[in-house]
Design a protein around this ligand. Sequence first.
Ligand code: ZN
Length: 332
Amino acid sequence: MKKVEGRYNRQEMLEGWNQEKLKQSTVLLAGVGALGSMVAVFLALVGVGKLILVDMDTIELSNLNRQLLFTESDIGKFKAKVAAEKLGEINPNVHVTARNESVISVPRKYYEQSDVIVDGLDSFEARRWLNSLCVSLNKPLVHGGMYGWYGNIQVIIPFVTPCLECQPLLPRERFQKSCTPPGKKREKVEVETPKFPAVSTITAVLSGIQAQDTLKILLNLSPLIDNYLFYDGMSQSFTTIKLERNPKCMICSDKYRLEGIEYAIDKQETIRELKDRLIATLGLSEPIRVIHKSKFIEDNTKIGEMELNSGELLFVYDKSLGKPLKLRAKIS
Ligand SMILES: [Zn+2]
């Protein structure tokens, strides 16, 4: 009689494989669109014990050219919820949690309990926020991005490899925004989510690599580090670029973590003007609040009016940062 093989028999033949380790692992998928939903499929197939799916979006007809987990009858439903149901059918041994909310509002405990976080996001701001959070929690982040026939992968092991802010490959949000003249009130502009060209075949290549690097981190099998991997689906080529950690990175450098960024501040400027300078010079997205000695400082306050001395710290909360920015004041 033919011996029945177990679900994981074939992968357990791989050198370095540890099925029990995968069963004990948790991966958070930040975004379950094209990349995230496919990475989730691969991780469910191999038997990663726990998957946490985070996505605030609902399924649209235009998603169906590249998102295998969703069908026309799912249109209008939450991506995370539907993906969780389908993944449960693909592998009932995997525990799947669906959070139908943005990556920013999901409780921190979900990130803290994860071994690896997978970036399947489509906005630069959310991506930078996630990078900052992963560094502050010391969690590996597997970043993936696509545009048309092209894609890129970067694995961030905090304080070991460069983070997304260490180098200029990540386009800064500020280049897409018009500047606000000093003193002018900022108006909130509703921006429609940009629409990018996207095709299932590129999604398949990129999500496969992202899932594979996630597995390698979980299994301690030397993931892609120090490198930025670029895939060109037209010429069918992979290019790796060696990246270095930036000793001045405001997210992950040791200097910054210990001392904060020294920043020249004029006595005559207001907090609002300081915020605008931070957007222009450090690429912040939208500073929400500035805290000095546990006190919130209003926008119209002049630096000279508050008791801020050189060498003291200001904490700036920004939409693109998962933890406040630490500024060491240099008053002039
Ligand atoms: Zn960095």
